[in-house]
Design a protein. Sequence first.
Length: 95
Amino acid sequence: MSKEAKNKEQNQGEGNRKTVHIGDKTFMLQNPGVRWYIKHTDQSKDMRGNLQFEKYVDGLLEMVVIQEVTMEDFDDVGKMRELVDEIENFLGAKE
């Protein structure tokens, strides 16, 4: 497989966009690519391999949601979790 074909395969979905609605807020999502998601997930784990959820969510909000948004922008964990679920579904991380 050529290097160009490998890069295309690794970045499948990169650049795709989707609009999601959580409560009364609208968020535009962009796909940073497969390689980014895998690298981000790996970098969000501690030395024992446990996912550090705060670090993981911060990265998703920073790199996937186009408009500036942080955890502090949510009134409750449920709405933030709903957005994270939408992001993971959009990136293909959940079935």
